[in-house]
Design a protein. Sequence first.
Length: 325
Amino acid sequence: MTLADHLSAGRTSNLDLLRVVLAACVIVSHAWPLALGPGTPEPLEQLTGRSLGGWAVLLFFFLSGLLVTRSAERKKMRAFWQARARRIFPGLGAALLSTLALACASGAAPNMVDAAVWFLRAFTLLSIEHQIPGAFAGNPYPSVVNGPLWSLFHELTAYGLCVLIVFSGLTRHALAVLGLVLATTAITYWGGPLPGRLAVFAPLFCAFLMGMAIYRLRYRIKVTPALIFAATLTALVLPGVWSIGAVCIATLAVVLCLPQIKLHADYSYGLYIYGWPVAQFVMHMLPNTGPGALAILSLAATFPFAVFSWHFVEAPMMSRQPVQV
């Protein structure tokens, strides 16, 4: 079957499962610095040059490039952005309130103004302040209350660029999309130190663009074991950022080739945005917990938050009808 066959036949339920697994990988990866302190190498970091959580975030962006491009091509711009906003911001707002509550329970005591400013900065994503003074003060990673939120700004930026590329008509030309992939990858690899957020965004957007390119070539890509072998071999041979696309393609092919497992809820976003503050609170309650134990405990403790977020915040907001104009 081609990738287009999988998409048109609805054989993408395993992608929902993959997102849950990736969110769990982020939680597991963060257990090491949260248990042992900032700078502690996370799983896979020394072996591949990128942590388990880092690979998971790249795969998130790759899947977003694949699926969001399809959404952008099918929706008008207003409907597209309404859908994206309903997916991101209600869950984020609830998670920020929960993060603030956990921080206060651990010893932080911000006044109302400071708490409101922190919430607004985080909710707008433009200038996230990850620290709340006094929060988790006795933990190995003190004050930092929700580190993973940094990626949401980059995700929204990628959405914006995706819309520009789609509505400009570039996605109708496979060579144009592949050219963007190669250019972004080359800038990341050879461009030297990039300034500020651009250095973080570049490899993420490489993965996102690769997802866009794969969607554009969906009628030509046959999802077979041969593709898995070729992509895996390529990932082992190519250096650094050049291996990102191969890893993403190999993972996508493996997931689509497996028997389909249909989930009736998507807990991935909730796991991602609640994982860090819940793990910090676990460390606050159970000092000296090792990274392996923290990974297990924080996964178990975060899951109820993710269930609540999906059933009472995310799903109800996504089911609302968009405003008609």
